[in-house]
Design a protein around this ligand. Structure first.
Ligand code: AMP
Ligand code: MN
Ligand code: MN
Length: 318
């Protein structure tokens, strides 16, 4: 029996948490586990807490059951998925702290092992892939498969990032065999964009700037631009991926303003730069090829600070 399943069997109530600004892997893994528990352990009271998940995941079973605001409650077990550190639990960290037992199931190389039991598969493409390994294959039904497939699709950029392994594809195949509409999951949750999402993507690409002889590229979106287009951070998905695909670029940076002189930074690299190390240095985290952090200062300051670290990484790898 898996570690997850043995811990679940001793609990009457389970809180399932992800991370702030939940992405596809976070929504997919938390709801995947919730649907699994509902089917296999209907006697357990299981609740998923996520702050402001994107409506594009509303097709996942249980999406409308996600709890968005916390109130004092003590669970027997708290399971944190796709979350590398306690601060990333955001306002729901109270359920983690109050729970009798805690388990973190994650795949971030920067994971701080903050729970009582930590299963960190840093070679796995996604938390969904790591979660699949903890479940009994025959008990994974179509609703669970839709969730896990969604997470794998999002964290692998549709099966292309370096974290995609033959095991990832094997699991995706097994999930497909559960009868999911895989094409619609990919189009509907990953590629489809609203008109304003396309506009802000276009604007970010138009204003992008290359530096370090074209090896790096960055683009930044100010709060006033987000207000002008009527978009929130959830509408900015995909911008960093397109920047990353610019020919000759090793490292792509995307910034959006989160407060006065404060930016959320997304970083992606191709082959040489370990962006997880740079993000961790600035208090964030992530993976070798995809990481993020929040930084203070002007756009100019942020890029200057990051450029120094990128240059060192490039030097070290050449
Ligand atoms: P993003 O650029 O926000 O898409 O994030 C890329 C990867 O880095 C994801 O796996 C995130 O979970 C992780 N990440 C982003 N921001 C942070 C942060 N502030 N702290 C830790 N991990 C982060
Ligand atoms: Mn995530
Ligand atoms: Mn993930």
């Amino acid at each position: 029996m898996s570690v997850l399943e043995s811990m679940v069997q001793e609990a009457a109530s389970v809180a399932i948490l992800g991370h702030i600004h939940p992405d596809g892997d976070c929504v997919g893994s938390t709801l995947g586990l919730w649907n699994y528990l509902r089917r296999e352990y209907p006697q357990i009271q299981a609740d998923v807490y996520l702050k402001d998940p994107s409506e594009k995941f509303a097709y996942l079973s249980g999406f409308n059951k996600i709890l968005r605001h916390g109130e004092e409650k003590e669970y027997d077990l708290c399971i944190c998925l796709d979350c590398g550190s306690e601060d990333r639990l955001g306002e729901f960290a109270c359920y983690f702290r109050n729970a009798k037992k805690s388990l973190c199931l994650d795949h971030h190389v920067t994971n701080t092992r903050f729970a009582q039991v930590n299963l960190v598969a840093d070679g796995a493409s996604s938390a969904c892939e790591a979660l699949y390994e903890q479940l009994r294959e025959e008990a994974v039904d179509k609703t669970v498969a839709e969730c896990l497939y969604t997470g794998i699709v999002h964290d692998t950029g549709v099966f292309k990032f370096s974290s995609t392994s033959s095991r990832t594809m094997e699991i995706a195949g097994k999930l497909m065999a559960k009868g999911i509409d895989f094409g619609e999951i990919i189009d509907g949750s990953f590629y489809r964009k609203t008109y304003v999402q396309n506009q802000i993507l276009g604007r970010a690409l138009l204003e992008s700037i290359t530096f370090m002889d074209g090896k790096c590229i960055f683009s930044a979106i100010k709060k006033k631009d987000m207000e002008f287009y009527g978009v929130t951070s959830k509408d900015l998905d995909g911008i960093i991926d397109q920047l990353r695909l610019t020919e000759g670029v090793e490292c792509a940076l995307f910034l959006y303003e989160t407060g006065p002189q404060e930016y959320k930074v997304s970083m992606r690299s191709q082959k040489q730069v370990d962006v997880s190390r740079i993000a961790a240095y600035f208090g964030g985290g992530g993976h070798v090829r995809a990481a993020g952090c929040t930084m203070s200062g002007s756009i100019h300051d942020v890029i200057n600070n990051l450029a120094g670290h990128i240059a060192k990484e490039l030097e070290a790898s050449s």
